[in-house]
Design a protein around this ligand. Sequence first.
Ligand SMILES: Cc1ncc(C[n+]2csc(CCOP(=O)(O)OP(=O)(O)O)c2C)c(N)n1
Ligand SMILES: [Mg+2]
Length: 284
Amino acid sequence: MTNSSDLTNFAAQIRLDSLKTLKKMGQGHLGGAFSIIELLAVLYGKQMRINPQKPNWSERDWLVLSKGHAGVALYSALANLGYFDKSLLETLNQGGTTLPSHPDCNKTVGIDATTGSLGQGTSIAAGIATGLRLKNKNSDVYLIVGDGELNEGQCWEAFQYIAHHKLNHCIVIIDENKKQLDGFTTDILNPFSIVEKMRAFGFKVWTAKGSDVVAIDTAITECKATKNQAVCLVLDSVKGQGVAYFEKLTHNHSVKFGNPEAKEACIAAIEALNEVVRSKKCSK
Ligand SMILES: Cc1ncc(C[n+]2csc(CCOP(=O)(O)OP(=O)(O)O)c2C)c(N)n1
Ligand SMILES: [Mg+2]
């Protein structure tokens, strides 16, 4: 996908499939999944060097979803690229599934790292990036971290390591959606300026609106072109991004669709997203 309308359409498709999957399950981590959907569309739709037919291709780029609770969005992206059959999405987190709610690289084709215990993905990505450098590989590692996740000290150890070793092929992306599990990050543990902190840690830092595929794409291209310094993109995103009802919902970390209002909003959003996806397909 090379143009922004294809990427926007891919994002709508990922959001649609994520929402249908969560509705089928009756509840799930909607907020943090939705805030990274445009990012995933840019990465998997354009920026990453991947081959869904050869998921373990040795020259591929890697993605570590350290905020593993957003797994549903990653699965929806992978299913649309053909890593596995889309019908599998309906089995999310059910007994015997290959799609656990949090990603597991031993269970799911296309998943590069097992995550869910917040913080740990940062060290995993640093390790993968080190291994790639030692093997003289030309692959990039995309590390997606939540803003609440930054409460984990492990993140800062890994960032210091990435910056010290100038692992510029490990692109650190922080999803600053301003909320964590039970409220605003500023109320729970104030992160102050994430951009300034990452700069102080030695990173070259970009920012982009989490909903803006063009801005994200431009920032990632510039990250990839940087030599001799660690790179970081801070996403200015909205928890529940892309569906007004869920953006405004106070407790949108994990949404339950048993609540009639949420269910109604979900059905309306599915209809609207279906329409977006259909109309874009027709206009081609
Ligand atoms: C080590 C660890 N502690 C606690 C949790 C429970 N937990 C899951 S998501 C979450 C909040 C994460 O907030 P943030 O990183 O901002 O995620 P997002 O807003 O993107 O959903 C917490 C505390 C966990 N998964 N791992
Ligand atoms: Mg957050």
